[in-house]
Ligand binder design. Structure first.
Ligand code: SF4
Ligand code: SF4
Length: 210
């Protein structure tokens, strides 16, 4: 899931300068789970904008606005309200914002900060376990990602600062390479630990242009 949070009100206020009317778009998937852009948050945003004297011409909570075609369809269904607004405010991740940019033809205000790809630990609590590097090492590391979980992103074992399995950057946290070793040991695959992973070039990381 993509974890996001709402921008603070001061920042939003500066983005609203000169705008008198807005159409709101929320997300019924990730942003609803994160409580950053679901029905409730869209409703609260509308209340806040109205209290500032802005007109909210309408709103829609799209089932995954990262889906471009679904976003196009839902914006079409609200065409008159979208047209009436000076701008569309989007309470969704960056991918959702992009869909609205593509399909609305309007000025778009992104109301959220997109944080990371998250595992849900429990309701409302998320952990980052993968940084989407595009060159996955998990088969070499017992399923634990050093790119994300090692404070230095080290690829070939722990740094000299590890102490009793804890990270030198924060002694409250387990060293990623300690976890990797323990996991490989459980799996009877410690031999993998002696392999050397070549330096990363970033060449395999794909960033499509469209
Ligand atoms: S190595 Fe880590 S950051 Fe890269 S794809 Fe695998 S889990 Fe994600
Ligand atoms: S102690 Fe472990 S997790 Fe922390 S920076 Fe060093 S290798 Fe990375």
């Amino acid at each position: 899931m993509i974890v996001s949070k709402q921008k603070n009100r001061e920042e939003l206020l500066s983005l609203l300068d000169g705008l008198t009317s807005l159409f709101l778009v929320g997300c019924s998937a990730c942003a609803t789970v994160c409580k950053s852009g679901g029905e409730e948050e869209v409703f609260r945003m509308e209340e806040w904008l109205t209290s500032l004297g802005k007109k909210v011409t309408g709103s829609v909570v799209i089932d995954s606005p990262c889906n471009v075609n679904r976003t196009a369809r839902d914006l079409r269904d609200h065409r008159v309200q979208v047209e009436e607004a000076d701008a569309v405010m989007v309470l969704a991740c960056g991918a959702g914002v992009h869909s609205v940019v593509l399909k609305s033809g309007k000025r778009v205000i992104g109301a959220l900060d997109t944080l990371f790809l998250g595992n849900t630990i429990r309701n409302g609590q998320f952990g980052e376990k993968c940084s989407l590097c595009g060159n996955c090492l998990l088969n070499e590391t017992g399923g634990i990602c050093p790119v994300t979980l090692c404070a230095k992103g080290l690829l070939n074992g722990p740094c000299g600062g590890m102490e009793e399995g804890k990270c030198e950057v924060d002694r409250e946290l387990d060293c990623a390479w300690h976890l990797i070793y323990e996991n490989l040991k459980k799996q009877g695959r410690q031999d993998i630990f002696t392999r050397t992973v070549p330096p990363r070039t970033g060449g395999k990381n794909s960033h499509p242009e469209n």
